[in-house]
Design a protein around this ligand. Structure first.
Ligand code: HEC
Length: 111
């Protein structure tokens, strides 16, 4: 319950603070991919990510969405990022597995 409260608090805080600083991404796409290298997405899928790790993942995807993709169109980039953000927010592991599919995003967007 404590973890849940912390998660909700950080999500709410993020929702308040992030739009205010919308323009400048705090993380590059490569930095967000570093979390994939650390297998944070696997922990989330397994349900072993802590509330702090989940919040970190959510923030990373929200920051990633503010970056311009090095390749591919913005509409596709937004759709893929929105799916990731929505899945983490909803704690929907099935939707997350689809959204985090490396190749589905690297194909159109990784140079
Ligand atoms: C929503 C889109 C998206 C998803 C999902 C995604 N990636 Fe990426 N990834 C990118 C983009 C875009 C780049 C290229 C970044 C650049 O060159 O600036 C990239 C680059 C990378 C890199 C190279 C980073 C570097 O420092 O050059 C690694 C490693 C990587 N992704 C791992 C993964 C793994 C593992 C997964 C699946 C678990 C994954 N990515 C899922 C968009 C995505």
């Amino acid at each position: 319950m404590k973890r849940m409260t912390a998660l909700i608090a950080s999500v709410l805080l993020g929702a308040l603070i992030l739009p205010a600083m919308a323009a400048e991404p705090k993380m590059t796409i490569k930095e967000v991919m570093g979390l994939h290298k650390q297998k944070l997405h696997v922990k989330f899928q397994d349900g072993t990510a802590t509330a702090a790790e989940t919040a970190k993942l959510l923030e990373a995807y929200e920051e990633m969405a503010k970056n311009k993709p090095p390749k591919g169109d913005d509409a596709s980039w937004k759709t893929l990022n929105d799916a990731l953000i929505a899945a983490v927010k909803a704690n929907d592991k099935d939707a997350f597995k689809k959204a985090v599919a490396c190749g589905a995003c690297h194909g159109p967007h990784k140079p």
